[in-house]
Design a protein around this ligand. Structure first.
Ligand code: SF4
Length: 521
């Protein structure tokens, strides 16, 4: 008899499922409450059918799903509060039966696989919709799909119907990423290329982790003129490219590498760390009192910064902690995993498409032979050095587009330029897969061919549920021959995997040498 069941991320126990304790640190109690939360959201979706869900209902749907994403919320009491709010909202809509948590992960293996893929994709998309939501942007088609998708979890569907639903979901997630792109660029401007230092200057500082640019913006405003430097961490790195964020001179640089190194990199850190979204790992005692959470993030005993009126947050406890700890007494040199002290970001669609003539000419003259999109999430498994080696071994006439935190495997490398453009171009966070898709479509139009006919190969790393929704979008767009690693998701049954291989040519990564040879010949 197992204590819990969770197989939603790449580090799941034994490559199968966490059944006694989450490898991420999630306890059985939290895991089981997250299942109850999911089942209550199915009930909420059922109650919303034929009634009139409000903005509050939508917000609970997004918050509930986002809360269950890997490394977001470990706090059982917060999850219980959320379930209570969902039950209250459900009653207001006339009530409905929740899904039974007994059936959530049980049944025919292929149907469980397909149903789980949809649920996990919805969890990922909820994160993107949430970031757009807090910036006042909503797309009714996207919002309605959460209800449709959650209801589907409690319905009987054939394998073909599930596959159709997954493709429809992939298309709606593209809309959601477009919505977030619009929300970010209309609020903060289009990212521009920028060099980001990894050196932490002496004096008080705050590290901001996660993906939420609005939390960063509010903190930048509240620390203005206080002598506190702000450093991004992990997926927050691309914030440096946005004009409305980079204009704050005390947004100084980036702290450390990807999320999975935090327990080592935050050891006795003389400054606070604010987690705005995933990826939070159980904090060690040598820095526990410096960790703060906000929004959907939670950990028992960690100080939480709540929402105030009109979405305003008061970051005073974080600011006071920065002043109290005082920072390093001398400049503190940190490096990327390859020893570099400078990272480049800001190559989102506007910048890359602005250089379209240069790029197209370089392809026509043979200066660029091939593009690789080496992107996705990073993780702790040793096999992930594949991505570093892949980039190091990529020939000099190839370009590496990248996004999400998988880039920390190689974003401190200087591998040269082609025609004035760096060979590694960081397009942003995981949701900026939208930017990459727009660039690929523009290139296909310029060369009058399909995206699959471009000299472009996607080499993806996955870890959590946002990667699931992006993968489904890429498949819905008809992209083929995607390389995926470091392992195949545990929630793909062997039959489902066979379908994906047969229909879309999905390929597990092997070695950089063999994969580069297979791609480039
Ligand atoms: Fe295990 Fe990943 Fe689930 Fe955590 S999120 S319990 S590591 S499968």
């Amino acid at each position: 008899m197992s204590n819990m069941f969770c197989f939603q991320c790449e580090q799941t126990a034994g490559g199968k499922a966490c059944t006694n304790m989450g490898v991420c640190g999630k306890t059985p109690a939290v895991s089981n409450r997250q299942d109850e939360l999911t089942c209550a959201l199915v009930g909420l979706a059922r109650a919303a059918e034929g009634s009139e869900p409000t903005r509050k209902t939508h917000e609970l749907m997004l918050e509930g799903l986002f809360t269950t994403v890997t490394n977001v919320n470990f706090d059982e009491s917060r999850i219980n509060d959320l379930i209570a709010k969902i039950e209250q909202e459900k009653s207001k809509l006339g009530g409905a039966e929740n899904l039974s948590s007994d059936v959530l992960w049980k049944g025919d293996p292929d149907l469980v696989s397909l149903r789980s893929t949809l649920l996990l994709g919805l969890r990922g998309m909820a994160a993107y919709a949430w970031h757009a939501w807090v910036l006042g942007k909503e797309d009714p088609d996207v919002t309605n799909w959460f209800y449709k998708g959650m209801r589907a979890l409690g319905e009987e569907h054939s394998v073909e119907e599930w596959l159709e639903l997954l493709m429809a979901f992939g298309s709606i997630n593209l809309k959601c990423m477009a919505l977030l792109d619009e929300a970010n660029t209309s609020t903060y401007g289009h990212p521009v290329p920028v060099k980001v230092s990894t050196i932490i200057e002496k004096g008080p500082f705050i590290v901001v982790s996660g993906h939420d640019l609005l939390d960063l913006k509010m903190l930048l405003e509240q620390t203005e003129g206080k002598g506190i430097s702000i450093y991004t961490h992990g997926e927050m790195l691309p914030a440096h490219g946005y004009p409305e964020l980079k204009k704050h001179a005390h947004l100084k640089g980036n702290f450390g590498t990807a999320w999975q190194s935090q327990q080592k990199e935050f050891d006795s850190i003389p400054g606070p760390v604010l987690f705005t979204t995933n990826c939070l790992m159980p904090p060690k005692s040598n820095y526990f009192d410096r960790v703060f959470s906000t929004a959907t993030v939670g950990y028992p005993g960690v100080v939480h910064i709540p929402d105030g009126a009109n979405g305003h947050k008061d970051f005073t406890p974080v600011i006071n902690k920065a002043l109290e700890l005082g920072g390093y007494t001398e400049d503190h040199v940190m490096t990327g995993i390859n020893g570099g002290t400078e990272l480049m970001t800001g190559f989102a669609r506007n910048t890359v498409l602005g250089a379209a003539d240069t790029v197209i000419n370089a392809v026509k003259t043979g200066a660029i032979r091939h593009f690789f999109l080496v992107g996705g999430c990073d993780g702790a498994k040793p096999g992930r050095n594949y991505y570093t080696d892949f980039v190091k071994q990529s020939p000099k006439d190839t370009v590496i587009l990248t996004l999400a935190c998988g880039k920390f495997r190689f974003n401190d490398l200087d591998i040269g330029e082609i025609g004035g453009l760096p060979r590694i171009m960081d397009m942003g966070q995981c949701n900026d897969a939208y930017s990459a898709i727009q660039v690929a479509i523009a290139l296909a139009n310029a060369f009058n061919c399909g995206v699959n006919d471009l000299p472009l190969t996607l080499v993806l790393s996955w870890y959590e549920q946002k990667a699931v929704c992006i993968l489904l979008t890429l498949l819905a767009l008809g992209l083929k021959n995607i390389y995926i690693g470091p392992s195949i998701p545990a929630f793909f049954s062997s039959n489902v995997l066979s379908v994906l291989v047969e229909k879309f040519g999905i390929k597990p990564i092997s070695t950089p040498e063999a994969d580069l040879k297979a791609i480039l010949g």
